[in-house]
Design a protein around this ligand. Structure first.
Ligand SMILES: C[S@@+](CC[C@H](N)C(=O)[O-])C[C@H]1O[C@@H](n2cnc3c(N)ncnc32)[C@H](O)[C@@H]1O
Length: 307
C-alpha cells in the first residue's frame, strides 16, 4: 500500500478523540503521532507522508486514548523539570502544576546557599520531584518516601534509570508520611521538604483518566482533603532544620486551611500561599524558624564562645 498523508491521519484522530470527550483532542492526537514517530510535536509538519503500518499503529493508540486511558500511560512517560519519568498502571501521572513546586524548591536552594543540602520528597509516586531535584542539584542528598509498593516500584525503576544516566542516586524509603516515628534519623537535618500528597476531598467528581486510572490512594485525602497533610505537617516540623523550608501542594479549596496548619505551629514562619498558572491556590510554603527557647539557646552559645 502507498504512503499516506500524516495530516489526514491526525484529522481523523482528532475527530475520534473529540467524539470520546477527550478534553484536548488536537494536542493529544499530535502528541501521540509525535511519540510514534519519535520526534518533537513541533516537527510534525516536516513529515508529509507515513507508512500504512504507522497509520495502523497510530489508530490503535488513538483507540486506547478514546477509551480515556491517560495519554502518559500510552506513551509510557511524563516529564518533570528536565527529566522524563516512566509511568504506567499503579502510579500517579506527574502533573504540570507540580512543576511549580519544583521551581520553588530549586529557587529556594539557589538562594539558600548551603552545599550538599538535604532534600526530602514526601509521597514521591514515580519519584518525580525527588529525581528532578537530584538532576538539577547533583550536590543534594535527596530522600523520598512512598507508601504504596506499586508506586515505589516505579520510583525505584526511575531512580535506577536516572542513576544510569549519571544523576546522583536518591535514597528511597517505603513509609507512611503520617507516621510520627518515620525517619527519626533525619530529624532537624532537612533543608527542603517538597510534597504533592493525596489531597482531593473524598467524593469529588473527576475525569475518567483520573478516576479510573490514577490510584485511589494517590488522589484522595479524606473528607476534607487534609487527612494526609494534617499529620504530615507535624512531621515536617520534626524533619526541617532551622532556616529550612517546605512546600506542600494542596486542593484549590484548601489554600487557607493548609497555610493555617503551618501558621498554628510556632516552629513555622513566613507562611505563604502560592497560586498555580490558572490563579488557583495550589501550594503553601513555610519556613522553619527558631522557637523562643531555640533563639535564646543560640544567643547563649554565641555569647559563651565570644567570652
Ligand atoms: C498525588 S500523588 C503524587 C506523586 C508525586 N509526588 C508526583 O507529584 O507525581 C501522591 C502519592 O502519595 C502516596 N501516598 C499516599 N498516602 C501516603 C502516605 N500516607 N505516606 C506516603 N505516601 C503516600 C501515593 O501512593 C501517591 O504515590
Amino acid at each position: 500500500m502507498s504512503r499516506q498523508p500524516l495530516r489526514l491521519a491526525i484529522i481523523e484522530a482528532v475527530s475520534v478523540l473529540e467524539e470520546a470527550g477527550v478534553p484536548s483532542p488536537r494536542v493529544d492526537a499530535e502528541l501521540l503521532a509525535a511519540h510514534l514517530l519519535g520526534i518533537e510535536r513541533t516537527r510534525l509538519g516536516l513529515v508529509p507522508l507515513v507508512d500504512p503500518a504507522m497509520v495502523d499503529a497510530y489508530r490503535a493508540m488513538v483507540a486506547q486514548r478514546a477509551k480515556r486511558i491517560p495519554l502518559q500511560y500510552i506513551t509510557g512517560t511524563s516529564p518533570m523539570g528536565e527529566i522524563d519519568l516512566a509511568v504506567g498502571p499503579g502510579v500517579f501521572v506527574p502533573r504540570p502544576e507540580t512543576e511549580l513546586v519544583l521551581g520553588w524548591a530549586l529557587a529556594f536552594l539557589e538562594g539558600y546557599g548551603r552545599h550538599n543540602p538535604v532534600v526530602l520528597d514526601l509521597c514521591t509516586g514515580s519519584g518525580a520531584l525527588a529525581l528532578a531535584i537530584a538532576h538539577a542539584r547533583p550536590d543534594a542528598v535527596v530522600h523520598a518516601v512512598e507508601l504504596e509498593p506499586k508506586a515505589l516500584a516505579w520510583a525505584r525503576s526511575n531512580a535506577q534509570t536516572r542513576a544510569r544516566e549519571g544523576d546522583t542516586p536518591i535514597v528511597l524509603h517505603q513509609g507512611d508520611v503520617t507516621d510520627r516515628t518515620l525517619l527519626t534519623a533525619l530529624e532537624g537535618t532537612v533543608d527542603v521538604v517538597v510534597a504533592n500528597p493525596p489531597y482531593i476531598p473524598e467524593g469529588a467528581v473527576l475525569e475518567p483518566e483520573v478516576a479510573d486510572h490514577d490510584p485511589h490512594s494517590a488522589l484522595f485525602g479524606g473528607p476534607d482533603g487534609l487527612s494526609v497533610i494534617r499529620p504530615m505537617v507535624s512531621n515536617i516540623a520534626r524533619w526541617l532544620r532551622i532556616g529550612g523550608a517546605a512546600a506542600v501542594e494542596h486542593d484549590d479549596t484548601n489554600g487557607a486551611q493548609v497555610a493555617e496548619l503551618f501558621a498554628q505551629r510556632r516552629v513555622f514562619g513566613d507562611v505563604t500561599e502560592h497560586p498555580d498558572l490558572a490563579g488557583r491556590p495550589r501550594f503553601v510554603v513555610a519556613r522553619r524558624v527558631p522557637t523562643d527557647i531555640e533563639a535564646h539557646r543560640a544567643r547563649s552559645v554565641r555569647s559563651t564562645t565570644a567570652e
